[in-house]
Design a protein around this ligand. Structure first.
Ligand SMILES: Cc1cc2nc3c(=O)[nH]c(=O)nc-3n(C[C@H](O)[C@H](O)[C@H](O)COP(=O)(O)OP(=O)(O)OC[C@H]3O[C@@H](n4cnc5c(N)ncnc54)[C@H](O)[C@@H]3O)c2cc1C
Ligand code: FES
Ligand code: FES
Length: 1315
């Protein structure tokens, strides 16, 4: 590509997508945190004659840095028009794609790995994917696809006791049934294209020639706002740095890039050195290593890995410590982009490397026109003291990292919300040197990250400990000194203050143990030995080896071989996802004269926008924004007052805002960049209002609820409380959850220019709703507005209603200007504006007998609904209807309230109230079990529904399959054996504990009303015999279109290849219901089936005349539905069509000192009826399970006391990544046992699996309880969700948690409030 007018502000991602129209590379976050934009960068080095391929995040690469570089995107490696690449084929055929939005990024990460390692190890694979997030699949199928490239693909490679996992049975325990080994595979490996490295794209020869022949010259790029200089020699670099002292030296741009993008920093001049050899030196000197500042962190990792192999361990202590953190620092993309120099100079307070480099006595080699000098990388440098820092004209050339000495030990520690690709909450580097002093400390250095505005060195404490013996007394003093020196205010940014204080000394303790253990090994006579059970503090929790088994039913012998029902057919768009050809909303080409719309949102949670008329220039000063280049309009509340989308007016016509993130106005401009720039100029003057209600507890205090209260009652609770043996009362709080669909809210609205028609292309679950809201905004009949959805890049409930307001405003703007308007939310905007899963507070009072039978239960559910009702009442209702989960509570009262607060309105989310309600019930059961001295599993079993029974709303239920799932799960997970193994482990290990928990599932499927249980489909048979099917369901990754094609294929008896599906549109299927609630395939499938049968009936006379003919020779709308209803007055009805049953057993290990946890193994057994497509169904179960696991363990939304959402991107909000998948993951589908009136007796599975994620929550709970009991804490333990490292650590109380200073309640303003 030759680009003559390069704008230095342009990043590769928008350049690829908008300029080159290569839309396979996706936008997911814009900050390097999600991997959706992964491309391969290849550079040729003419001196070494070597080509380096590495993965990179296109969203952070300035195009100016790419001169002479080859960029390979997903389109470049294969396509359906030519030949697909084996990586693309395997990820698709192994069912590694659902919505497909993350897939191109995944493909490019694996592809790049294979370019460097054609037969990678499993470690390399999981490493390569560490920077790629997927919200749908749960990663297992992606790992499976990747494993097919490994030499030992079927094996988990753990080889414990020298025995391969495949030979030793699951987890070393006997297999439950031999049959599980013979279960059919979900893909046929033998069909895969071989990977032939000789067939890969070569590095473009012209770039090679250019690099070799063209004289190296400084390149200069410029725009009106910015200049970019790329010097190619050190001398020139120094000249530029001398001339432009304020200009940053851009290397990987992973530090400067996010600051520019998210913090509004602007640099008019950028210096970006290119191929300057001196910055890439690797020198071994007599006392250490000198590494060039320009080396990437990935290169540093490789160099150090090599060095530690070659040198004796005593010399490489610092290198080992650095390697430990380099393994988890960011993802592979960032590690390959970020430079050592950039990392050091950025001095991020949570830098993983600087604390180690600081304790390792590293020095920095600086250079300027005035000459060179060396400075130490010490505390003064890290805190940017002017006399210890670089001078403005200096650059960092290289870093000296000394060898360690004999009897010198260096260690590194970190704890993050997620094990990998997550900034540390606290990290640390520690070094001690004994010399020949027999355990007397000669030198000691301790540095911490994450505990202040810079990396902090506990210098004074270390000084005071010199001369002390390395023993427990010293440790005790050290802890007290360090806590005093590294003090952390109760209001410190990032919160988790007490946790951080605890980590500070827990790490110190770990260091103490590590060093003691080595000293003991070296000199058993002089050094005290560690108690065996304390050694557990030292082992690493995380393993990168994954293995899985999947068990599903065989097809019956009677089924026609060409009938696809029940077969693991690949997702219809799987290959297109993998090649980047699948088109999502923002991939659509621009329409002539298209405009871009961006929103301005409220920064106050409860305020009046000053002045009476909201359009008045006195209140919203629009003049500045309107005068900016490219700006076309600012749409305000006045324009839209009828639909009230933007604001709430009181009777006095005051413009009020009720949450941070509320839409205030929208800016319309020629381009996205201009719209965003102008939006920043819009100024709003607020007057804060009282009260500010953020939390559920505050809402209860202020009696701030949405009407009505809902109540469900069964039996006689008050009477039952009189006869029970014991009564307990408790409560549990559960945090919310961000949908984090990988494709943010996106739409393109195109006025047709005729008859006021308008096409709305939108990523939504509910086209009819969009059609209605747009039609009413424009005061047009619905028949003028057509809404089209090809596919959605993940939704999970977040694109059901939330999309409506955004579409209404966008359509209004398009209509007003008669031009197409595009609106695509950035990740941060999306997270801020659209709300998510409701936080819950559950209060319970349970009456039970000493044998564990619960006879009376009185529950209260409070949800944090946010500032508008949205779906909150329905969520409360579903929570009440499903709260019994798998249990028969003979006397039950449950009431629910949706709390009105000053937060963005929460909305539908996969599981719809059940994950919260179920957790509350299960927590109550845990407590009952503890009171009765029984295992929770026993109490669960005792209270479970038995065969034919009745729910609290008097719907009949046959729980046979529930019991079967439970029993089978017990058996396949070898529950009893493993329980004993866990107990043995726990008795032998003090600082690590394991926990095991099993939860049952009864998930009622149905939408609670007759109207919602309808669907329609349209099937066309064309004269050439091909078939086009359309239905009301939206393809958002759950595979509904694939299933529909299977249905047509069976019904019409034709091959799948004969059937096509173009997408969903209000033009072909009117009035379709929202796609959600697990029933999309059920309902639409019945409609498709009906439509096919109607057609067959019509064609019957022709077919019977020519029975041997084809569809070409032979040559509609139909609807079916579920009947469901509930009468809330009476608290009874038939709200659900059927129940999905299941059970999950999870085993975890926790680190009591850090709060870290690892899911070692999960077994899930599900009753899915007759699966239409086991690959898709298993994918739904796994994906939902992992999403649930995230909900209950690591996904944590943080709000400030002013109601501002802190967590606005993948860097702050952690969804599960590949490191979070269970080491062993086993899924079994129960053989179908009954025929039902559902589609081919199948069951909808989209949502139920989320709840099973709480088996991990309870397994952690089990482990924490064991730790507490061992520490003499026997009282009840109530743990809130999510069970983050912070909560785990703080619950494992010990001498360290007792040692830390605590803040008196009310003594400081916390950084965040639990809402
Ligand atoms: C998604 C993501 C995840 C991350 N996760 C982690 C993590 O887990 N742990 C962690 O520790 N860090 C993490 N980081 C931070 C990352 O390590 C740093 O951003 C990175 O190391 C900076 O290097 P760079 O080359 O990209 O710097 P750039 O952005 O190119 O430059 C940064 C600064 O350094 C200066 N500079 C660069 N080179 C020189 C030189 N030779 N001489 C003088 N000045 C120079 C520049 O002027 C600039 O001010 C993460 C970053 C991202 C984006
Ligand atoms: S879009 Fe680039 S990493 Fe998320
Ligand atoms: S398939 Fe990975 S995000 Fe949807």
């Amino acid at each position: 590509v030759i680009e003559k007018n390069v704008d230095p502000e342009t990043m590769l991602l928008p350049y690829l997508r908008k300029k080159l129209r290569l839309t396979g590379t996706k936008y997911g976050c814009g900050g390097g945190g999600c991997g959706a934009c992964t491309v391969m960068i290849s550079r040729y080095n003419p001196i070494t004659n070597r080509i380096r391929h590495h993965p990179a995040n296109a969203c952070l690469i300035p195009i100016c840095s790419l001169y002479g570089t080859a960029v390979t995107t997903v389109e470049g490696i294969g396509s359906t028009h030519t030949r697909i690449h084996p990586v693309q084929e395997r990820i698709a055929k192994c069912h590694g794609t659902q919505c497909g939005f993350c897939t191109p990024g995944m493909v490019m990460s694996i592809y790049t790995l294979l370019r460097n390692h054609p037969e990678p190890t499993l470690d390399q694979l999981t490493d390569a994917l560490g920077g790629n997030l997927c919200r749908c699949t749960g990663y297992r199928p992606i790992i499976d696809a990747c494993k097919t490239f490994c030499e030992t693909s079927g094996c988990c490679q753990s080889k414990e006791n020298g025995v391969c996992c495949l030979d030793q049975g699951i987890n070393g325990l006997p297999e439950f049934e031999e049959e599980s080994k013979t279960s059919p595979k979900l893909f046929a490996e033998e069909e895969f294209l071989p990977l032939d490295p000789t067939q890969e794209l070569i590095f473009p020869p012209e770039l090679m020639i250019m690099a070799e022949k063209q004289p190296q010259r400084t390149r200069v790029f410029g725009s009106e706002r910015m200049m970019w200089f790329s010097p190619v020699t050190l001398k020139e670099l120094l000249e530029f740095k001398f001339k432009y002292t304020q200009a940053p030296v851009i290397m990987g741009n992973t530090s400067v890039g996010p600051q520019v993008k998210f913090k509004g920093v602007f640099h008019p001049v950028i210096i970006s050195p290119d191929r300057i050899e001196e910055l890439s030196v690797v020198n071994h000197t007599h006392n250490g290593l000198t590494l060039g500042a320009g080396l990437s962190l990935a290169q540093v990792k490789d160099i150090l890995a090599d060095v530690v192999q070659k040198l004796p361990e005593e010399k490489t202590q610092t290198y080992h410590a650095l390697l430990k953190h380099l393994g988890t620092l960011a993802g592979s993309q960032i590690r390959n982009m970020a430079s050592l120099g950039g990392h050091i100079i950025s001095r991020h307070p949570d830098s993983d490397l600087n604390p180690i480099l600081a304790v390792g006595n590293c020095t920095l080699n600086l250079l300027s026109k005035e000459g060179k000098r060396q400075i130490p990388l010490n505390e003064q440098f890290l805190s940017k003291c002017p006399n210890a820092d670089l001078k403005p004209q200096e650059i960092l050339v290289s870093v000296n990292i000394p060898y360690s000495r004999k009897l010198e030990f260096v260690s590194a520690f970190r704890q993050a919300q997620r094990q990998e690709n997550a900034l540390a909450i606290v990290n640390s580097g520690m070094r001690v040197f004994f010399g020949e002093g027999h355990g007397i400390i000669r030198e000691l250095s301790i540095s911490y990250g994450g505990v202040g505005p810079a990396t902090i060195c506990a210098k004074n404490s270390c000084q005071k400990l010199i001369g002390r013996h390395w023993n427990e007394e010293m440790l005790d003093t050290a802890c007290r000194l360090v806590l005093e020196e590294v003090s952390l205010s109760g209001s410190a940014p990032g919160g988790k203050v007490e946790f951080k204080r605890t980590l500070i000394i827990s790490f110190l303790f770990k260091f103490y143990l590590e060093v003691s253990q080595i000293l003991k090994k070296m000199d058993p006579i002089h050094y005290p030995s560690l108690a065996d059970k304390y050694e557990s503090a030292l082992e690493d929790l995380h393993s990168k080896h994954h293995c899985s088994t999947l068990k599903y039913q065989h097809m019956g012998p009677k089924q026609h071989p060409e009938d696809p029902i029940g077969h693991p057919i690949m997702h219809l768009s799987g290959v297109k996802h993998a090649t980047g050809e699948a088109i999502y909303c923002d991939d659509m080409p621009p329409v002539d004269q298209e405009l871009f719309l961006t929103f301005v949102t409220s920064s106050r949670a409860h305020a009046k926008i000053v002045a009476l008329l909201c359009i008045s220039p006195r209140s919203i000063d629009l003049s500045e924004a309107l005068s900016m280049p490219g700006v076309v309009d600012v749409i305000t509340a006045e324009h839209l007052s009828d639909i009230n989308s933007f604001c709430f007016f009181t009777e006095a016509e005051e413009f009020l805002v009720f949450c941070v993130g509320q839409l205030v106005c929208a800016v319309l401009a020629d381009s996205e960049v201009q719209a965003k720039r102008a939006a920043k100029q819009v100024k709003i003057v607020y007057q804060d209002l009282e009260p500010l209600i953020l939390t559920i507890k505050e809402a209860i205090q202020h009696n701030s609820f949405f009407e009505p209260e809902r109540k469900l009652e069964y039996g006689n609770v008050d009477e039952a409380f009189k006869v029970v043996d014991q009564i307990l009362e408790g409560e549990i709080h559960m945090g919310g959850q961000e949908h984090f669909y990988m494709e943010t809210q996106s739409m393109l609205v195109v006025p047709k220019g005729e008859d006021q028609e308008m096409d709305v292309y939108v990523s939504t679950q509910f086209p009819k709703y969009i059609q209605d809201i747009v039609a009413s905004t424009l005061k047009l009949p619905a028949n003028k507005i057509m809404c089209h959805v090809k596919r959605v890049g993940g939704a999970f409930g977040g694109k059901a209603f939330k999309t409506g307001v955004i579409a209404a405003v966008t359509a209004f703007a398009a209509n007003k200007h008669g031009r197409a308007v595009r609106c695509v939310l950035e990740r941060g905007e999306d997270m801020l504006i659209t709300g998510g899963r409701h936080p819950y507070l559950g209060k319970y009072k349970a009456g039970f007998m000493n044998d564990g039978r619960i006879l009376a239960l009185d529950m209260e559910h409070y949800s944090n609904a946010g500032n508008s009702l949205d779906e909150s009442l329905l969520v409360i209702e579903m929570g009440l209807l499903k709260m019994d989960n798998a249990y028969k509570f003979p006397n039950l009262r449950c009431r629910g309230w949706a709390c009105r607060t000053n937060l963005p309105s929460n909305t539908a989310f996969r599981g719809f109230g059940f994950p919260q309600a179920g957790l509350i019930t299960e927590s109550c059961i845990m407590e009952v079990a503890a009171k009765c001295g029984l295992s929770p599993e026993k109490v669960r079993m005792i209270n479970m529904y038995k065969e034919i029974d009745q729910t609290p709303y008097k719907q009949e239920i046959n729980a046979k399959n529930l019991i079967q799932c439970w029993r089978e799960c017990m058996a396949v997970s070898s529950y009893s054996l493993r329980k004993a193994a866990v107990e043995k482990f726990n008795a032998e290990n003090y600082w690590k504990k394991k926990g095991l928990a099993m939860v049952p599932l009864k998930y009622p499927v149905g939408l609670g009303s007759r109207a919602a249980g309808q669907a329609a489909a349209l099937v066309h048979i064309y004269l050439d015999g091909s078939v086009l099917v359309t239905h009301g369901g939206i393809e958002m990754g759950q595979g509904v279109h694939t299933k529909m094609i299977q249905v047509v294929s069976r019904e019409l008896g034709m091959p799948i290849s004969n059937v096509h599906l173009r997408g969903t549109s209000t033009e072909t299927v009117p009035n379709a219901n929202v796609s959600g609630g697990s029933v999309v395939a059920d309902l639409n499938g019945l409609a498709v089936k009906d439509a096919c049968q109607t057609l067959l009936k019509r064609l019957e006379p022709i077919i019977s005349k020519n029975p041997k003919g084809t569809w070409k020779d032979w040559n509609s709308v139909s609807s079916r539905g579920y009947e469901s209803d509930i009468n809330w007055e009476k608290g009874e009805g038939h709200p659900f069509e059927y129940f999905v049953y299941g059970a999950a057993c999870s085993e975890v290990e926790i680190d009591c000192l850090t709060g870290d946890h690892k899911n070692i193994r999960t077994d899930i057994v599900m009753d899915v009826g007759c699966s239409i497509n086991p690959a898709i169904d298993i994918g739904q179960i796994e994906g939902a399970f992992i999403q649930g696991m995230g909900l209950y363990t690591i996904e944590e939304l943080n709000y400030s006391p002013q109601g501002v959402l802190h967590t606005r991107g993948p860097d702050q909000y952690k969804i599960p990544a590949i490191c979070d998948t269970p080491t062993e993951f086993h899924i079994s589908l129960l053989p179908p046992s009954e025929n039902s009136n559902t589609l081919y007796s199948s069951k909808g599975l989209g949502e139920s699996g989320v709840f099973l994620g709480c088996s991990v929550f309870f397994a952690i709970h089990d482990a924490v309880s064991t730790a507490r009991r061992e520490r003499g804490l026997h009282g009840p333990l109530s743990l809130n969700s999510p069970l983050t490292p912070e909560k785990i650590r703080m619950a494992c109380e010990d001498k360290f948690t007792k040692m830390i200073p605590r803040d008196e309640p009310g003594s400081c303003v916390p950084w965040n409030v639990p809402i």
